[in-house]
Structure formats: structure tokens, C-alpha cells
Design a protein around this ligand. Structure first.
Ligand code: NOJ
Length: 766
């Protein structure tokens, strides 16, 4: 279908607003926006109540046929959006019915979970976060958008920007981890990747920030569980990524399933009205999560679906996903005057505005031949680059890695995740194609060629197997080889929605397998594929090197092989803290200091405690008797094959006035023998606040590449807003006082300086 013929067919349908639109460009200028408002108002003025409520209804329709009932509903203009349809012919037919057969010809939003790639699966979002590379994440989202758009999908339910500080929660896999700043930067990058500068252009699709808000704080990491988040913490930690995404032009937002402080998100007026609309002036629309309006009653917040529809509509929730509380009950709520026509119109207008901005009225149809081939080389290269930069080197004793290809005669490759095209893809891969996957085993064989013999033993059927029947064969292979690379972790199904775990050790008998391999006496390199941070304390003595590869996606194999053999040094950094023991969760670097912070002097492990507590004041500090107070690997951590040394930290001024910028600089030097990337991180501590401030907060980062011996002065500018926080009365404030600042390669950075922020008048008196 050519653009013009499509436009003409819509034109011929005789819809007045199409005629209007032909004279008026849409994309964002003042004039365009006021034309847009006129178009919305004009269209709204012609809609019946049923048509308005239709726009607020999203229906799941994933079959290859359009059932008669659905066809009739589309024709009657009673559906605003479809989810889960990716057969382009069916999509086009649905759009045709909506546009040509319904009275007002309003096109459909076609929603789909395009979470980390489409057909070409990229690393899970938590892995993408480990790249600390917003430009690359943006490219990944663009590639996913183009593939999805070629099937008629015009709306993705991503990015997921829930702050996730509990690795038990299965949905941490879909997130960018624990930090508000990193999540905000990467969330905004994904929004730009999906939507482009002007999302009416082909290949751009609407993004959806989710889940608003606080879902990641689910008690005990159990999915859908209650959250209790004080407003101050909500504003300082959980909401900033959403604000960053809104500022980046985010079109839509999805409410969370969860109950926030007693008011489930889908009926939460504070979140949806006060914060989103009044404070942030968000002018996109809000969609519920699957059945989350009807679930207001299951929460015990409303008595029935009618009341649930009332609460959601009164909160301004624009569109209902999958269920029909709105369709069934909004008419009577209107009749009773409990929901006003003005409220209804405002909710529908938000949806129409996005549809106009998306250019759907001009061109709702999809011709796959307008798009590049799915899983083309460019998209595979982006997936590979994301995977390569996401891999984190956690341990590397005696420079075990990189393996020297030339010095290797034979290699044992062991483990259930070495050669499983599906399991390396991770959660949410509805449209992914495992046939595209290049497994680590295949990539290692390819890289080594015929000269090195590679013996593969799966050893366990799945990561969860409790049988040790395959261990002997694995150990024999290990004994016969020069080195052992063992692929362990979690299958895809062990993380993602609903798939939380209370124990985050390597499942099954994997620890025992590692111990057996270690005893074979050859260097053991463990590569972990998983959807969450795991507790790895028990295995580190059994490995010589440890790589964490997340679920790396279709191109995980070549990416891992390149890192193993030093084609590229590892450069991923942890976007979430790795606890020593699961009982430490939730655990995160940006914690508060407490009144009794732990220090090495104050901590005694329970094994060393006397039988009775001494009378002295020894040890009254915040720690666990068995786990101490530090994680196994801190946020921002990740080794390289080279060594980066940080020095010469300085601030542009030791005193700045309120409203001024300050520049922080430090020198990074590559003291090793290989060229490599380093993610340079900037942390700040506000020493005193009218509400207590975290011990460290990430405020900037840069990925740089240095040759051996090369050094670079890296510069960060902190503006007034970077030092602001929501204080006791919830307003955003910047307070005068002392700040510490660190630059380094992880949140344990030691290179530190300080500056003072003074109120304007006090500077002159100095
Ligand atoms: C439920 C999930 O919570 C949400 O993230 C997803 O987008 C919807 N289902 C649609 O599949």
C-alpha cells in the first residue's frame, strides 16, 4: 500500500477531519498543537457516549481470525485499542473496519509487549541497564520499534521503569535496576528510541512507561504484593524515572497492579491526578494493567465492577485493558451524574490526541514491504553490541580471562545453558524467534575453529535438575581439557511476571556441579545467564573467573565468546546490588545512614560472638550477624581486563551559590595492557537534609574508551536540579550545606572531594 493511496482511501471515506488535517502539519509546533486541539474538539463533538467509551476500551485479540462479535464492535466504534495482534493482515483488516466501516472512522492503537527487541531479541532490560549506554539502548529500542511496526504494532508497553531493589522479584528482569537516575536516563533513551522525534513517522511507535507507581516495592519481592512507600520516598526514588520519561515525550503510562499505601494504583487519584496531570502536566493517556480496574474489588478497595469503574474514571484512568468495567458501567455512572461528561470528554481527548499525533488518521495501515527485513544484520549487530556491553566480569583470579586462543589445545564447555537457543532469550519474548539465536557453544566453536577441540557436556537437563547423573561425564571432560567454561544460571521461566523466588541461589544442583568441576583441577570459568541478581557467595571459591551475562538475547553467544577470548574486554557494570545472602534484600547502595551505621570495628560475625553479650557497648550498629552489612558485589561494580586508576578529583569551586552549576573532574588512566571501555560514575552525598539523604546517589556517568597508558580528564556538570530533593513538605528543594562527591568505577568509589552550597547572600560575606 502506498502512502498516497492509503490517504486517498481514508479521504474518500468522507471524514471531515481528514480534510482538515491535510492542510495542517502535525508535528509538535505551536500551530500544529492548536490545530490538534481543534481536531480533537471537533471529533469529540460528534461522538456518542458509546463511541467515547469505546475509545476507552482495549480488547485482547490474538487470533488469526476476527471473531464476529469483535468485528461488530469495531464497526460500531466501540473499541479504541487492540492488544496482542501481530498478524499484519489481521491488523490491517481491523484498522480497515475501524476506519472505513465505523461511523467516525477512528483508527486503532495496536498494543504489544515489545520489551527487549521484537523478533531479534536483545538482552533483557536489566542486562541493557548493565551497559550504562543510553545511546545504545536507544538504538535497540529503535530496532525493536521498526520490527514491531512492520507487523502493524504501533504501541509498545515499554519501558518498564519501576525501581527494583529486591532481586527476589521476578520482574526485576524487565527493569533497569535499583537506581532512579540510571533508570531515568535509560527510560528516556528507550522512549526516544521507540517514538523517535516525531512518532508519526514510519517505524516509530508509542511508548508506555510502566507500572505507575511503586510496583517494584512489592513486599518480600512477591509479585502483585502490597507496597507501602512513604510519599517522600515515592517522590525521591520511585517517581523520578517516570518524570524523566514524561519529559522525554512519553505518550502513555500504565498503572501498576499494586496497592500503594492502601489505594491501588488504578484507582489512585493522588498518583494519576495530582502527580501526573496537575504537577507534571502529562498530556498523553493512561492505560490500566490487565484487568487492574476490575481487580480494585479484589483488593477490597471497591465493592463491585461498577464502583471500580467509578474509582478508576474519577482518577482519570483513560483506557481499560482487557476487561469491560468501563464499557459495562460508565453509561450508568454518567446517567447518575457520578462521572460527568466533561470528565469523560477529557479522558477521551487524551486518547484521541495521541492517535492524531501518531499520524494514525492519515495512515493507519501497514505495508511490511515498506520496512527493512526483520532480524536484519543491523538489528543483529545492535543486539550483539548490547549483549557485549552488558556482560559483567565479577571475578578474575590470576588473570584467568581472557583465554588465550593460541595457547589452548582443548576446551570443555559444560552446562545446561551453553547451547539452548530459547533459554538465553529471557522473559517477555512473545515475538522472539529462537531460531535466530546464536548460542555460546556455537559461537565458541566458530571462534576457535578446528584447531582447538571443544567438548560439550550438558551435565544437567535444566538449571533446576537435582540429578547428578551427568556430573561424571562433565568432570571427565574437564580433566581432559586445558580449561573449563561452564554455563549456569536460571532458565527464562524463572524470572519475569509472577516468577519471583524466595531463594536466589543457583537452583538445582548447580553449586555441586561447580564444586565437582573445580576438583578436576583445571581453570574453571563460570558464565551465569539469569534474569536477576543471584546469591553467588557459595560458588566464588570454586571458580577462577565469573562472568554475569544476564539473559543476553539472540546474539548472546558471540558476545560471550568475544569476551571469553578477549576480542573485546568486558565493560558491563551492575545496575543492581548483588546480595551476599537473600535475607539482606531489599538491598541497595543509596541507603540511608541510620543512626548507628556499621563499620568494620563494630561488626562481629555470629560465629565469633561470645556465648553471652558483654556489658560493653560493643557492636550496637546496623548489620546482620550472619551477613554483615555489605553486599557481595556493589551497584556499579564490574571488572575489566585492564586496570583503571582514578586520580586528581577536583571541583570548579569549593563554594557555589544556590542556582549555580559546579563542575566535577577526575582523571582516569588505563594502567593495563589492553584498550577497553570504562563506565566512569559520579556520586554525591548531601550531608544534612530536612529529610535524611542517602549515603550516596548516582548523579552522572560516562562510558569512555582508553588505550593502554592513556589517561583522560572526565568532567561532569552538576546543575541546581541535580542537588534537589523532595523535602519534608514534599516540595522540591535544594538546601545550602556541605556535599561530598566521588568519581570512580563503582558505588564504592573512594576518590572523593567536597563542596559547599551557600545561600546567595552568604557568599559575599566570605
Ligand atoms: C501484564 C503486565 O503487568 C504488563 O506489564 C503487560 O504490559 C500487560 N500484562 C500486557 O501484556
Amino acid at each position: 500500500m502506498k502512502q498516497t493511496s492509503k490517504a486517498i482511501s481514508v479521504y474518500l471515506a468522507g471524514v471531515l477531519y481528514i480534510l482538515m488535517s491535510m492542510n495542517h502539519p502535525m508535528a509538535g509546533e505551536q500551530k500544529g498543537e492548536s490545530d490538534l486541539d481543534r481536531r480533537v474538539t471537533e471529533l469529540l463533538g460528534r461522538m456518542t457516549v458509546a463511541e467515547k467509551i469505546g475509545q476507552m476500551s482495549q480488547v485482547n485479540a490474538d487470533g488469526d481470525k476476527i471473531p464476529g462479535e469483535l468485528r461488530a464492535a469495531l464497526k460500531a466504534g466501540e473499541i479504541g485499542s487492540i492488544l496482542n495482534q501481530v498478524n499484519v493482515d489481521v491488523v490491517n483488516e481491523m484498522q480497515r473496519i475501524a476506519v472505513e466501516e465505523s461511523r467516525l472512522g477512528i483508527p486503532l492503537m495496536m498494543g504489544r509487549d515489545v520489551i527487549h527487541g521484537f523478533r531479534t531479541v536483545q538482552p533483557i532490560p536489566l542486562g541493557q541497564a548493565a551497559t550504562w549506554n543510553p545511546e545504545l539502548v536507544q538504538k535497540g529500542a529503535r530496532a525493536a520499534a521498526v520490527e514491531a511496526a512492520s507487523t502493524g504494532v504501533n504501541w509498545t508497553f515499554a519501558p518498564m521503569i519501576d525501581i527494583s531493589r529486591d532481586p527476589r522479584w521476578g520482574r526485576i528482569a524487565e527493569s533497569f535496576g535499583e537506581d532512579p537516575y540510571l533508570t531515568g536516563v535509560l527510560g528516556a533513551a528507550m522512549v526516544k528510541g521507540f517514538q523517535g522525534d516525531d512518532f508519526s513517522q514510519p517505524g516509530n511507535i508509542a511508548a508506555c512507561g510502566k507500572h505507575f507507581a511503586g510496583y517494584g516495592a512489592s513486599e518480600s519481592g512477591r509479585d502483585y504484593n502490597t507496597t507501602n512507600i512513604p510519599e517522600n520516598e515515592l517522590r525521591n526514588v520511585y517517581l523520578p524515572p517516570f518524570k524523566a520519561a514524561v519529559d522525554a515525550g512519553l505518550a502513555t503510562i500504565m498503572t501498576s497492579f499494586s496497592d500503594l499505601n492502601g489505594v491501588p494504583a488504578s484507582g489512585n487519584r493522588f498518583l494519576l491526578k495530582q502527580v501526573l496531570r496537575d504537577e507534571w502536566q502529562f498530556d498523553g493517556f493512561v492505560v490500566s494493567d490487565w484487568a487492574s480496574i476490575e481487580q480494585l474489588s479484589v483488593h477490597g478497595f471497591t465493592a463491585n465492577d461498577r464502583e471500580a469503574a467509578y474509582e478508576a474514571a474519577s482518577a482519570g484512568l483513560n483506557m481499560e485493558m482487557a476487561t469491560s468495567a468501563y464499557a459495562s458501567h460508565l453509561p450508568e455512572l454518567l446517567d447518575e451524574g457520578r462521572v460527568s461528561m466533561a470528565e469523560l470528554d477529557a479522558m477521551v481527548a487524551d486518547i484521541l490526541r495521541i492517535k492524531f499525533r501518531m499520524g494514525l488518521f492519515e495512515d493507519p495501515f501497514t505495508d511490511p514491504s515498506d520496512y527493512p527485513a526483520i532480524a536484519n544484520e543491523g538489528h543483529l549487530a545492535i543486539a550483539e553490541q548490547l549483549a557485549r556491553q552488558s556482560i559483567v566480569l565479577l571475578e578474575n583470579r590470576n588473570h584467568t580471562l581472557p583465554l588465550a586462543k593460541e595457547a589452548l589445545g582443548s576446551l570443555a564447555v559444560i552446562g545446561p545453558l551453553a547451547d539452548d537457543p530459547y533459554e538465553q532469550l529471557g522473559t517477555w519474548i512473545f515475538d522472539g524467534d529462537p531460531a535466530i539465536s546464536q548460542t555460546p557453544l556455537k559461537a565458541i566453536r566458530q571462534l576457535l575453529g578446528d584447531r582447538v577441540s571443544v567438548e560439550y557436556v550438558r551435565a544437567m537437563e535444566t538449571s533446576r535438575s537435582r540429578s547428578t547423573a551427568g556430573f561424571d561425564e562433565a568432570v571427565q571432560a574437564a580433566r581432559a581439557a586445558d580449561a573449563v567454561v561452564v554455563f549456569l544460571g536460571e532458565e527464562s521461566i524463572l524470572s519475569g511476571e509472577t516468577h519471583s523466588r524466595a531463594d536466589i541461589d543457583l537452583p538445582g544442583k548447580q553449586n555441586e556441579l561447580l564444586t565437582a568441576l573445580h576438583q578436576a583441577g583445571k581453570p574453571v570459568i563460570a558464565v551465569i545467564l539469569a534474569g536477576r541478581p543471584l546469591t553467588l557467595g557459595d560458588i566464588i571459591d570454586d571458580v577462577d573467573a565469573l562472568l554475569f551475562a544476564w539473559h543476553p538475547g539472540a546474539m548472546g553467544g558471540p558476545a560471550i565468546a568475544d569476551i571469553l577470548f578477549g576480542v573485546e574486554p568486558p565493560s558491563g557494570k551492575l545496575p543492581a546490588t548483588f546480595p551476599l545472602m537473600v535475607g539482606q534484600a531489599p538491598i541497595y547502595y543509596a541507603h540511608k545512614n541510620t543512626g548507628r551505621p556499621a563499620t568494620p570495628e563494630k561488626f562481629t560475625h555470629m560465629d565469633d560472638l561470645p556465648v553471652r553479650m558483654p556489658q560493653s557497648s560493643w557492636g550496637f550498629a546496623s548489620f546482620h550477624l550472619d551477613a554483615g552489612y555489605e553486599p557481595l558485589y556493589e551497584f556499579g561494580y564490574g571488572l575489566s581486563y585492564t586496570e583503571f586508576v582514578y586520580s586528581d578529583i577536583e571541583v570548579s569551586d569549593s563554594k557555589i551559590e544556590m542556582g549555580e552549576e559546579i563542575t566535577v573532574q577526575a582523571v582516569v588512566r588505563n594502567e593495563g595492557r589492553v584498550e577497553a571501555d570504562e563506565v566512569v560514575q559520579l556520586y554525591v552525598r548531601d550531608l544534612v537534609g530536612n529529610v535524611t539523604r542517602p549515603v550516596k546517589e548516582l548523579k552522572g556517568f560516562q562510558r569512555i574508551r582508553l588505550k593502554p597508558g592513556e589517561s583522560r580528564r572526565v568532567s561532569f556538570v552538576l546543575g541546581p536540579n541535580d542537588l534537589a530533593f523532595h523535602g519534608r513538605d514534599m516540595s522540591l528543594i535544594t538546601e545550602p550545606g556541605d556535599f561530598h562527591v566521588w568519581v570512580g568505577g563503582s558505588s564504592n568509589a573512594e576518590l572523593q572531594t567536597a563542596f559547599t552550597l551557600v545561600a546567595e547572600q552568604s557568599r559575599s560575606s566570605n
